[in-house]
Design a protein around this ligand. Structure first.
Ligand code: MN
Length: 362
């Protein structure tokens, strides 16, 4: 493992996706002026779950700068796997913060990868729908997004299985809605066939995987029943495709689960036996031991959430996903894609997205 020292993202790095006015606003934010900025902040999604705090802009620069550097390491071939556990902020929009996400590091990383690679596949195993990334690339075939998430009366509300992309991007957004309580076995039983089929069909030249840890059991905001082993089995499966791979963190609201999960997954990505890192499945001696008391186990404290996913409903979901992509026989060529227009969803198309969202709520 090489530890890179990434550069902070510059204004021009960030405005490759975000609007100038939004980034200028984030740059001006601090707690002294928070009261004053409340009103204007509202239009940028600032408030409630995405508040102003001191160092907000620096935080965004560091988080996004690391994902961009990770992309560049894959582009120049200096790494075959690049990890930024401080990234994966998949709800951020061009003009708006959402769900604890201010700057869309995944989108910026993918835009950088597209300088070098023809087709990028984005896989999201956070419990929440990867709406920001999906929306950014909703109208292009150069990025295939697939999100596995809890759907139904849950933030952000999007991610219906019927949402499959638009224009040139039609069929290149894949949504796998799940219900509470899904366990390791059922999760992998749906993850593997869908990801395998999409990789076989799309032939991605590189993969970006958002590994939000809020899909683990015991998460303070989540309702799934994944263990760290079950979660990392998905990461290992994606690693085994042998494609250039950018890994990010994401959500995760039971802190001990995030640190244990992402440490475990770092070991898996480096081909270490995680049993060496966690002898007897316990946290090794460290100054942070107390966070893992009383049992010092790396396993998440489990919550009893009954599994509402039946094997039948999951098979039906797999079938529908396969049916959605049936229309396209093979991967799009770069030449065709470049002729067919822009990558990012244009401003004028925001209305279209708005319609899509409204249709979900009403
Ligand atoms: Mn999340």
């Amino acid at each position: 493992m090489k530890c890179l020292t990434p550069k902070r993202a510059s204004f021009s790095d960030l405005t490759r996706f975000h609007s100038d006015k939004y980034i200028k606003f984030l740059r001006s934010c601090n707690t002294q002026t928070a009261q004053f900025q409340k009103k204007v902040g509202k239009s940028f999604g600032i408030g409630y779950d995405s508040p102003i705090f001191d160092g907000l802009y620096e935080f965004c620069q560091i988080s996004a700068g690391a994902s961009i550097s990770a992309a560049q390491a894959l582009n120049d071939g200096s790494a075959d796997i690049a990890i930024n556990w401080a990234g994966g902020l998949h709800h951020a929009r061009r003009n708006e913060a959402s769900g604890f996400c201010y700057v869309a590091d995944c989108v910026l990383a993918i835009l950088n990868l597209l300088d070098h690679f023809a087709r990028i596949m984005y896989i999201d195993i956070d419990i929440h729908h990867g709406d920001g990334v999906e929306e950014a690339f909703y109208s292009t075939d150069r990025v295939l997004t697939v999100s596995f998430h809890k759907f139904g009366n849950f933030f952000p509300g999007t991610g219906n299985i019927r949402d499959i992309g638009c224009g040139t991007g039609k069929y290149y957004s894949v949504n796998v809605p799940l219900l509470d309580g899904i366990d390791d076995i059922q999760y992998f039983n749906i993850f593997k066939p869908i990801v395998d089929r999409l990789v076989e069909w799309y032939h991605p030249s590189a993969i970006v995987m958002q590994c939000g840890a809020d899909s683990l059991t015991g998460d303070r905001l989540g309702f799934f029943n994944l263990s760290i082993k079950g979660h990392s089995k998905c990461v290992e499966h994606v690693k085994n495709f042998g494609l250039p791979l950018l890994i990010t963190g994401g959500g995760g609201y039971t802190v001990r689960n995030c640190s244990a999960c992402w440490t475990y997954e770092t070991a898996v990505l480096l081909d270490f036996d995680p049993a060496e890192i966690f002898p007897n499945e316990r946290i090794p001696e460290s100054p942070y031991m107390s966070y893992f008391s009383p049992d010092y186990s790396f396993s998440p404290l489990s919550i009893e959430v009954p599994d509402q996913n039946s094997p039948e409903s999951l098979s039906k979901t797999v079938e529908t996903v396969f049916e959605n992509i049936r229309h396209l026989p093979c991967a799009p060529s770069l030449q065709l894609s470049l002729q067919s227009g822009q990558i990012l969803l244009e401003e004028s198309e925001d209305d279209l997205i708005e319609d899509r969202l409204l249709s979900l709520y009403f």
